[in-house]
Design a protein around this ligand. Structure first.
Ligand SMILES: Nc1ncnc2c1ncn2[C@@H]1O[C@H](COP(=O)(O)OP(=O)(O)O)[C@@H](O)[C@H]1O
Ligand SMILES: [Mg+2]
Length: 175
């Protein structure tokens, strides 16, 4: 059965509200204040781009929202992350993970480190549907195929059986 924690968002609904977010890392060289009061809102249907020079805190902002800050070094020391009214910063990691399985997603910067080199791409795409949404195996495979086709991968029926290294972008990402 497909898990849905929330009904579909209303147009313009305030989905994410980050308010005064502060994140610190404790390192051997002392405390790094990575975020010092980050605030922004995202409404349904809206695309928000966060720009900033390298090291300005874009990735840490995303990690904080997704409960992916490296532990125990990184922690949220102030502010709120409200997702549809729920303060994610105050929730146990398990609750945030549950939401991240169905409603919030992150595309990591380095796709090669996100894919397992020893499993076929179709299997890895299907895994998302199977494990996170409870879709049966065969249907999950069909959904993977549909996704590959939707992004314009030629000969998707064959490519779905490829391993990650057989797709392009390997040398570019490794350089
Ligand atoms: N695991 C970590 N330990 C210590 N400092 C970190 C860690 N991750 C990020 N930082 C620091 O947090 C700040 C923001 O980093 P980051 O969010 O990765 O920047 P951006 O994604 O905008 O390039 C930087 O000063 C970075 O050095
Ligand atoms: Mg980054």
């Amino acid at each position: 059965m497909t898990k849905t924690l929330h009904p579909v968002a209303r147009p313009d609904e305030l989905l994410l509200s980050v308010d005064g977010l502060k994140v610190e890392f404790s390192t051997s060289a002392g405390v790094v204040r990575a975020l010092d009061g980050v605030s922004f809102d995202v409404r349904a249907g809206e695309t928000v781009a966060i720009l900033g020079e390298s090291g300005s805190g874009k990735s840490v902002t995303a990690q904080a929202i997704m409960a992916l800050l490296p532990k125990p070094a990184g922690s949220i020391v102030g502010g709120e992350i409200r997702y549809r009214g729920l303060d994610l910063a105050a929730q146990p990691t398990s609750k945030v993970r549950e939401l991240c399985a169905t409603e919030i997603a992150m595309i990591f910067q380095d796709p090669l480190s996100s894919l397992n080199p020893v499993f076929r791409v179709g299997w890895q795409l299907a895994e998302v549907f199977r494990r996170r949404r409870g879709v049966p195996k065969q249907q999950a495979w069909a959904k993977s195929l549909e996704l590959l086709k939707r992004v314009g991968i030629p000969d998707a029926e064959t490519r779905i059986r490829d391993y990650p290294h057989q797709f392009s972008g390997v040398s570019a990402s490794a350089s």
